[in-house]
Design a protein around this ligand. Structure first.
Ligand code: FES
Length: 576
């Protein structure tokens, strides 16, 4: 590090972003004094600084291997001539946050963005894994504008429960449904509980975490071939080391995320999401990432992509057999990208400086297990796994995961059974007196982003116990909530505008008729306009929510709707 009296100001390394005391030399002197206290040699202090956004937390079981992974990144940075400085950020885990992790994705994105910008680093390695961490970091990196590379934590390995191969968390739900139906007892569900998650890493299926890992690689923000490596695989450590080294090269090339995350690469990522039958949450997160750079993930365009993108992978909850470790062994994201090649924009830069097309050309001929990843000429489904619906019940759109739904329910007109809130649903759904039939449509209101619940993964509405006892396995369920990427069923989500923002979903009453047509991409409330107008007036007179404070208040006042990615309005490229 140069002495304070060196002539030219350096806007790199540890001398960038100095505190302003009104005396630059004093600022340098102070920073040097403190940095020296960490015992770095003079040589180390001259190196490009690579920040490592570390998200190990004992509240985040999915990241329990991150300390070892961080050491591997540091090794890579050092070997490539950089100085690795690890810094903590907020870490988010699905099951340890109340009211839900989505509520804090934007907080993590703000924390990460500001720390990347405020601290003296030349590039950053973003270590993410559990569902909301990767989108939060990509949103942050897009806004912070410094060179960035993502390292994915990787999925868990599967485990065994008696004769079953099990993995979190599609199987979690499968066993829970059996428990609710009375097929298995308390002792057995407790035994299952100890078998579902047995290694470090993210959920073992194509849930939100693995979907976002795939999206990150498809965007070009990870090293090629690294998104799906299992958390405990030795390749994961090698990927971490290589990611650290690549971060140093990134500094030299000055490649920033805005040159990698473009309208074209977002479309590529959407194709991959569709080809994987990935998590519905991926649509929200991709829209939020795109919004950080000033473009939208238009849901009409999304449907065009869906209609022309085959489903190529059958990893649970799509299919019944394969898990992420199988997907990795089968060829991973690279195999999917190669099959999608004619549909992709190949002139997209990736974090290595290669174009996507160059990457895929170099991988031609790599092994693919066709039981798990099909060729485009013989796909599992000829059209994408997700579809956006529009209509009088969802003027701005809603999402259904058709690849995890029951085709017999795709064209349905039926009576609505409405729950006005999550609390209402919890109170009544299992009431034997509930007036509900197998061919009804269950509707949950007030669970969207602006609701007090902050858009939880409650869209997987439980089937009423009395119907479960009759053997009902699936029903059409509609809400403004989200659904875990590990869930399945004929479930319509993200209805926009949400009920709490005045959307028509809030006007539905039990007994109304609703029409769902996946073929026509429609979701309609079959109620006369004058009756809806009457209900709207009635709703306007209802008391508003209790005022809230702090982050909760910021969230409720600034969160955007699902089609805009549920980002805060002032964090998008345009600002509020
Ligand atoms: Fe972390 Fe599923 S709970 S990825």
């Amino acid at each position: 590090m140069p002495m304070p009296d060196d002539d030219a100001p350096r806007e790199q390394g540890l001398l960038q972003g100095l505190q302003n005391y009104g005396d630059r030399d004093f600022s340098i002197y102070m920073r040097r004094a403190f940095v020296k206290s960490m015992g770095f040699s003079a040589d180390e202090l001259e190196r490009p600084v690579i920040g490592i956004a570390a998200t190990a937390s004992q509240f985040n079981p999915c990241h329990r291997h991150f300390p070892e992974l961080t050491e591997a990144v540091r090794r890579g940075v050092t070997a490539a001539g950089g100085l690795a400085l690890t810094f903590p950020t907020i870490s988010l885990h699905e099951s340890t946050l109340a009211p839900n992790s989505m509520k804090f994705r934007n907080l993590m994105a703000m924390d990460t963005e500001e720390m990347i910008r405020a601290q003296p680093m030349d590039a950053v390695v973003l270590m993410g894994g559990c569902d909301k961490t990767v989108p939060a970091q990509l949103m942050a990196a897009a806004s912070a504008g410094k060179p960035a590379i993502q390292l994915i934590g990787g999925p868990q390995m599967t485990s065994r429960y008696r004769d079953d191969r099990v993995g979190a968390c599609t199987d979690c739900r499968k066993f829970w449904v059996r428990f609710r139906a009375g097929e298995i007892g308390k002792e057995e569900i407790e035994a299952v509980e100890s078998r579902l998650v047995t290694t470090a890493g993210t959920c073992a299926v194509m849930g939100t975490a693995s979907t976002m890992a795939a999206i990150s690689e498809a965007l070009g923000m990870t090293l090629p071939g690294t998104a799906a490596i299992p958390a405990v695989h030795a390749d994961r450590l090698r990927a971490a080391e290589a990611t650290g080294a690549e971060a140093v090269r990134l500094v030299r090339g000055g490649l920033t995320p805005d040159r990698i995350i473009t309208a074209k690469s977002v479309e590529n990522a959407a194709r991959v999401l569709l080809a994987l039958g990935g998590s519905t949450n991926g649509v929200i997160h991709l829209a939020a990432i795109a919004g950080r750079l000033g473009f939208a993930l238009d849901l009409h365009r999304f449907n065009e992509l869906s209609d022309t993108t085959p489903v190529l992978a059958a990893v649970k909850p799509v299919g019944t057999e394969f898990y992420m470790e199988d997907f990795f062994a089968a060829g991973g994201i690279g195999a999917v990208l190669r099959e999608l090649k004619p549909l992709l924009h190949l002139d997209c830069l990736t974090v290595t400086g290669q174009m996507l097309g160059e990457r895929l050309a170099a991988e031609q001929g790599d092994y693919v297990d066709r039981r798990v990843i099909r060729p485009a000429s013989d796909p599992f489904e000829s059209q994408g796994g997700l579809v956006a619906l529009f209509g009088s019940l969802a003027p701005d759109g809603a999402i259904i995961k058709r690849s995890a739904a029951t085709p017999a329910l795709f064209e349905t007109e039926a009576r609505a059974v409405v729950f006005t809130s999550l609390d209402d649903m919890a109170r009544r759904v299992d009431d034997p007196a509930l007036d509900v039939r197998p061919d009804d449509i269950l509707v949950l209101q007030n669970a969207g982003p602006r609701s007090a619940y902050g858009m939880p993964e409650a869209g997987f509405l439980p089937i009423p116990k009395k119907l479960l006892a009759e053997g009902v396995k699936d029903m059409v369920r509609i809400s403004d909530a989200r659904m875990s990427g590990t869930a399945y069923g004929t479930i319509v989500l993200h209805v926009a505008p949400e009920a709490a923002a005045g959307g028509p979903l809030g006007l539905v009453r039990t007994g109304d008729r609703i029409r769902l047509s996946v073929r026509e991409r429609r979701l309609d409330l079959l109620v006369a306009a004058d009756e809806l107008a009457r209900r709207r007036t009635e709703r306007a007179t209802l008391a508003t929510d209790t005022p809230v404070r702090g982050y909760d208040r910021l969230f409720r006042e600034t969160v955007l709707q699902a089609p805009q990615g549920c980002d805060f309005d002032f964090l998008t490229a345009q600002g509020r």
